[in-house]
Design a protein around this ligand. Structure first.
Ligand code: M6R
Length: 643
């Protein structure tokens, strides 16, 4: 969950601070950097809201302290601005797991000598046992983190043969998950990185004279242009413009080269006030990119494209013969990805005639599976790093079943472990709230459903042309939905102070309701429940009273009349009724206190991609009205790498 960066060459301090500001979405409880300069190690850390801003201003004032001095009372001293000429450094932005989000617990950690600094993402499962052993041999711990044990282990394993060698020896005793970056006064020409499960990327600078390590690509865009993803239990020694990778026994190893098309501009706000606003606005283009070259007048080409990108591993899935044998689809996902899968499920069932289950990944991995070789398992995760989804995917792979990954991140763990991968091509999403990744996920699954329907001859040529036309219109229709932003802002101003929100929908409107409620909880911290409208009368309606806001998805799908009945039942309890309805639909608008207008979907099955825009805008405006930081909501992180 945390963000990690390491830099050697270039201007390390500037590159670290810049990289950290682009990694804040990974976690923002606390932040810290450590740099090697003038034969010493300097560290600064900050915790709490605005930690990075605080840290930047302190760095500007020259408040850097060498850890060795700060461990000895009375010896710590600051360094005046400009005096620090760093050769290498590491930085970290934290989402707390072990230990409160305090400065003491912030990374980088240094050990007893203050000669090594280390930052870590992941969880060291045997940290207690290791700490007990280290304490017995004289090490003193100063934080409540599991991470600190790593830096003491490095000290313990120093043998005059370099930091990477100490790292390899140390990691042989470690259980758990990690992405690590470390620097040492004794080995100033390298930064050393290692990975097990938690992702870590090595980058070579555009100037060919700098080396980088980061947990995520956006931190390096603009500075590096060759990227490699470390595999599990690989250790990288990164110098200025080159690197060497070995396994834990010192054997040469090869990292995975990443071929990403993301650019620096993709990861900047580009004049928008927030990343979320920018990413919502990017949805028409993102969906166009998702569909590009995969949607043809005579059909769909997702499988050829998506499966080919997985190379040899695709063989099991790529054959038409295999796809023709599929009797069931199971989609594994979490959070918004789960709701995207639910929104696409009817397309698999209607267009491809394949029964489809959507499973909460964190629950699925602990169930005894009913799936067999005729079930196509799809694991979907925008980041491709969500532990719950990865572990569910591994449960599928562990049973020898084929797995298709749907993800937005090229080279992510999920994309590398599955036999085949389809990329959503949404570009980097920095805001914690999923927006463009969600709509592109729905679009890509619907493409897959249509392609399966075509292959399996469920769809005739007329159907193919109609569905292809409906999908092709999505970018423009999403653009029209976004054009209602000002109206949504006014609605948000009138209802934004309510305490309880219920989001209701039926059929494909139900996952839209779930996503609406999730967005409101996530960025506006307002209690909200998403419910299938037909279930309302089985319990939740007891909570309805004046002041309760009910947001009903009432676009003109086949269940519209049923939905109108549910709206009437809710209105009878004098709730504030907000409806999502189509432009020009006065009949639906008349039953509402407030209206969120969206354009009509040419095919009701594609309506979630359009209707969900109103949900995003409403949550966004309610959160902004409360003065909240929508890009970095409290307690959350963009990529959830803990169970
Ligand atoms: O990276 P993933 O798609 O696997 O993430 C899954 C969820 O953590 C994610 O969708 C989360 O619910 C979003 N922040 C919601 O906006």
């Amino acid at each position: 969950m945390c963000g990690i960066i390491g830099v050697i060459g270039d201007d390390p301090l500037a590159a670290l601070l810049d990289g950290l500001s682009r990694l804040e979405y990974r976690g923002y409880d606390s932040v810290g950097v450590a740099v090697l300069a003038g034969g010493e190690l300097w560290r600064i850390r900050a915790a709490g809201g605005g930690a990075l801003v605080d840290l930047r201003s302190r760095v500007g004032k020259g408040e850097l302290f060498e850890p060795s001095s700060s461990l000895t009372p009375g010896r710590s001293r600051g360094l005046p601005p400009g005096e620090l000429v760093a050769a290498a450094g590491i930085g970290h932005t934290r989402w707390a797991t072990h230990g409160a989000p305090t400065e003491q617990n912030a990374h980088p950690h240094s050990g007893c000598t203050g000669r090594i600094a280390l930052a870590h993402n992941g969880i060291i499962e045997n940290h207690r046992e290791l700490a007990a052993r280290l304490q017995a041999s004289g090490h003193t711990f100063t934080s409540d983190t599991d991470t600190e044990v790593l830096v003491h282990l490095l000290e313990e394993n120093e043998d005059g043969d370099g930091l990477a060698a100490s790292m390899r020896r140390a990691l042989r005793t470690v259980q758990g998950t990690f992405a690590i970056v470390a620097v040492s006064i004794s080995d100033p020409d390298v930064i050393v990185a290692a990975r097990r499960v938690s992702p870590l990327i090595v980058g070579i600078g555009v100037d060919r004279a700098s080396g980088y390590v980061a947990s995520d690509l956006p931190a390096l865009l603009g500075r590096a242009d060759c990227f490699y993803s470390l595999e599990d239990d690989q250790v990288a020694e990164v110098g200025a413009g080159s690197f060497v990778v070995t396994g834990l026994s010192g054997e040469p190893a090869t990292p995975h080269e990443l071929k990403s098309k993301w650019t620096l501009e993709d990861s900047e706000k580009a004049g928008y006030e927030t990343f979320m606003e920018k990413e919502m606005a990017e949805q028409p283009d993102a969906i166009s990119d998702t569909l590009r070259s995969r949607l043809r007048p005579d059909g769909f080409a997702l499988l050829d494209d998506g499966l080919a990108s997985a190379g040899e591993r695709a063989s099991a899935l790529a054959t038409a013969a295999y796809l023709d044998t599929i009797e069931r689809i199971t989609i594994l996902a979490c959070g918004s990805s789960l709701y995207a899968a639910m929104a696409a499920r009817p397309a698999f069932e209607t267009w491809a005639n394949v029964p489809t289950d959507v499973e909460i990944a964190s629950e699925y991995r602990y169930r005894s599976l009913a799936a067999d070789a005729r079930t196509l398992a799809i694991a979907m995760s925008q980041s491709g790093e969500t532990t719950d989804t990865l572990q569910a995917a591994r449960a599928v792979l562990g049973r020898g079943l084929p797995l298709l990954a749907v993800t937005n991140v090229v080279g992510s763990s999920l994309s590398r472990e599955a036999q085949a991968v389809c990329y959503t091509r949404a570009g980097p999403e920095i805001g914690v709230a999923a927006t463009k990744t969600l709509t592109t996920q729905i679009a890509i699954l619907q493409l897959l459903a249509a392609e399966l329907g075509q292959r399996r001859r469920v769809l005739d040529r007329g159907d193919v042309a109609r569905i292809s036309g409906s999908l092709a219109r999505l970018p423009a229709l999403v653009g029209k939905a976004l054009a209602h932003h000002d109206e949504v802002r006014e609605v948000a101003a009138r209802i934004g102070q309510a305490r309880d929100f219920f989001y209701l929908g039926r059929g494909v409107g139900y996952p839209v309701a779930l996503e609406g409620a999730l967005k409101l909880k996530e960025i506006a911290y307002v209690h909200a429940e998403g419910y299938p409208a037909g279930e309302m009368k089985h319990g939740p309606i007891a909570c309805f009273e004046p002041g309760t806001v009910v947001v009903a998805v009432a676009t003109r799908g086949p269940l519209w009349e049923k939905m109108m009945g549910n709206i009437a039942e809710a209105r009878a309890r004098r709730v504030t009724m907000v409806v999502v309805c189509e432009e020009g639909d006065r009949e639906t608008a008349e039953v509402a206190d407030e209206v969120l207008t969206v354009p009509s979907a040419p095919d009701p099955l594609t309506s979630p991609v359009i209707d969900v825009i109103a949900m995003q805008l409403l949550a966004y405006e309610i959160a902004r009205g409360k003065g909240l930081d929508v890009d970095r909501p409290r307690n959350l992180a963009k990529t959830v790498t803990v169970e």
